[in-house]
Design a protein around this ligand. Sequence first.
Ligand code: MN
Ligand code: MN
Length: 466
Amino acid sequence: MDKDELKKELFLNNKNGWESVDESKRKEIFEFSKDYIDFLNSVKTEREAVTFIENLLVTNGFKNINSVTELKVNDKVFFVNREKSIYAAIIGKDITSGINIIGSHIDSPRLDLKPNPIYEDSGFAYFKTHYYGGIKKYQWTSIPLAIHGIIVKSDGTKINISIGEKNEDPILTITDLLPHLAMDQMQKKMSEGINGEDLNLLIGNIPYDKDNDGSLVKLNILKLLNDKYGIKEIDFTSSELEAVPAFRAKSLGLDESMVAGYGQDDRVCAYTSLRALLDINNPEKTSICIFADKEEIGSVGNTGMYSRSFDTFVSIILNKLGINTPNLIDIIFNKSMMLSADVDGALDPIYASVSEKNNASFLGHGIHMNKYTGSRGKSGASDANAEYVAKVRNIFETNNVSYQISELGKVDVGGGGTIAYILANKGIDVIDCGVPVLSMHSPYEVTSKFDIYEAYKGYKAFLNWR
Ligand code: MN
Ligand code: MN
């Protein structure tokens, strides 16, 4: 056999997916990404994601599981966990044969306001923040920031806040030092160049009255907030306000092949798996999508994946199907399979030294699978079993989904984790599988439209699998 033919036959073929995309397919991919970009621009927090997902589910015939008394095959239901995470299911023919689950997370790195955020210094009013998740602090200065979230008054009244998204809205920012006076700062290690305690949002400069005693700019801001929202300073103590990048998600590149936007980790997997769930009909197996909160800080808390809320949702399904028995949920979990739908740090040619080329994911090469994550000797990893990897490969190959298998960075360089191990601990077969990203955890993450579309296709094929 000719050496080129033999290579084609035997070598792993990991290539740029755009090479095989014709004009009509390109249009389909771009159209899908347009909807995705709109989603990124209207959803910037976990609460907003839950509202968006719930609305779309309802429009597509899903019902809140608390509003139904009995369930049967093909019923579509969802469960909202404290407005910060949501699970959706389509009931298959025989749930006891196992569930096909896709789990993504809808929280992203950001700056949360502290419980007592507002203060004045030298004629400026500020909000103090406490960063959420893994950020490089210097990336959050000198960019436009918006505030999203809620304030709950002690009588339970809930006020939704969104400032900085509309054209006419003001934005907030965190100032940085001018280079002329930054000699000392520039000598510091990057991790120490900006202190966490200095990530303070600049929010005002006008005093309420003359003869400022050092508190009148703060007073003026509180007066504005009181007029607009009816709140006092103490109401911040029961709020969840998040500073997020105010710039818009956009098509990236002169060829418009990519998407740049905040919060793509992991809303890119949330959106593609949601669309997949909406586009399947009468699946053989019960299909469930998880949209989890708190992944970026370790999946803890009652809206994170460690919470038993997901098990509760599955138990309610079994109750309402009228088939529940002791331990049935554990037996079902042991027969279930899952894609932990999360992003991977793709190879960036500018920083190629942290990646191992043969085992890195590449933008435009399709949906990625991480057989394991973890760090320093697979520590903390959920290592997918070879049999299960083969099965997922089969699903993708049968459905013409472009996929690549990778690991996060070189051995000993670092590492990370997802929600995979938490579900694997329940006895479910799990593999990490999602969209490769550049500039991960930055205010402006980058993905490939090709991969976004392949993720949608891959998730759909998985949920539909018998
Ligand atoms: Mn993630
Ligand atoms: Mn992350």
